[in-house]
Design a protein around this ligand. Structure first.
Ligand SMILES: [Mn+2]
Length: 340
């Protein structure tokens, strides 16, 4: 048996490997990276760092590892073999929640393909959505002469269903134009009301992909293509809470960490993130838990009464204020309005 995620501790505690409620596939695929090299080393770096992650989740008050986490290293050579490996895991572990640790982002369309149910009939509503955390839209048709480049990952995934992106803060003109034209992919710079509304409008079944560069470099710095700005830890926790509370996550991946021996924080935080995803799943998988974990913190406090409907005069004034605000905001952001 190989050592796996959170399993290479000297004291494995009460981890029950026979149950395998969670399966993590390590996909060290690195074929088309263009800037910093080394994302192929991420899965093992994350597994190694994971042995220092606290198993009990102090916020959610759950411990996913108690349900069994199995780490697997399927043999992969190209994108087709990744789809095959993912399909095999899906068949072998039909009752498990399966995730993947990359590797570069180009593995995402190969993985979505494996987990996507039959495509809906022409004209019918899509039955799967994709939640995409990233600094980059990855909407290029080709990059460095290849259509399977990691910079094309979203473009190659959009045929499976609508995509909502959060954290997007850099675009090629080609991507900007495409995002303006299509409603299939909705890109948001920050995690805000509009992003949340778009996310909630996705089909019930979603695939979740997390590019570590979606985080601010203040949180995770060791990535293949770093960008200033980005999401903070707590914002990503809120995205995860929203996703697991309202959607059924069919599978997930976490990609593009570029481990650096001088920066153990990045590998550790990446491991912490992967485990958080499992813990959010564990939290909402518990029967009867429909409420956000945040609301559990109000226990003991008096329940807040629903706000009364404001008087008509107040409503009219508020609507006018909000219209004025929207106007100024849209003129300020016109240059990048394809990022919502
Ligand atoms: Mn990216």
């Amino acid at each position: 048996m190989t050592l796996g995620f959170l399993e290479d501790k000297a004291d494995p505690g009460e981890i029950t490997l026979d149950k395998n409620r969670y399966v993590l596939g390590l996909i060290p695929y690195e074929e088309t990276t263009t800037y910093a090299k080394g994302v192929g080393k991420a899965p093992e770096a994350i597994v190694q760092a994971s042995s220092h992650v606290e198993l009990f989740d102090e916020v959610l008050e759950v411990d996913a590892s108690r349900h069994g986490i199995l780490t697997v290293r399927p043999p992969v050579t190209n994108l087709a073999s990744i789809t095959q490996a993912a399909k095999a895991l899906r068949e072998q572990f039909p009752d498990s929640f399966i995730g993947f640790v990359g590797g570069e982002h180009s593995i995402t369309p190969a993985l979505v393909e494996a987990f996507h149910p039959h495509p809906p009939a022409t004209g019918a509503k899509p039955n799967v959505g994709i939640v995409w955390i990233d600094a980059h839209a990855d909407m290029r048709k080709t990059f460095h002469g290849r259509a399977d480049n990691h910079a094309c990952a979203a473009h190659n995934s959009m045929r499976f269903g609508p995509i909502v992106q959060v954290g997007i803060r850099t675009l090629a003109e080609e991507e900007w134009t495409l995002l303006k034209k299509t409603d299939r992919v909705r890109a948001h710079r920050g995690w805000n009301k509009k992003a949340r509304a778009d996310l909630l409008a996705l089909p019930k079944d979603v695939y979740l992909t997390i590019d570590f560069d979606g985080f601010s470099p203040e949180v995770i710095r060791a990535v293949g293509t770093p960008e200033p700005g980005g999401l903070y830890w707590q914002e990503v926790m809120d995205i995860l809470d929203t996703v697991f509370r309202h959607k059924r996550v069919i599978a997930f991946d976490a990609v593009e960490l570029c481990p650096n021996d001088a920066d153990i924080a990045s590998s550790f935080i990446a491991a912490r993130l992967v485990y958080k995803v499992l813990n959010y799943h564990a939290y909402y998988a518990t029967a009867g838990r429909k409420k956000s974990h945040r609301s559990t913190k109000t226990t003991g406090r008096k329940a807040r009464r629903a706000p009364r409907k404001p008087k008509r005069r107040t409503r009219v004034a508020r609507a006018a204020r909000s219209r004025r605000r929207t106007k100024t905001r849209s003129s300020r952001l016109r240059a990048t309005s394809s990022v919502r």
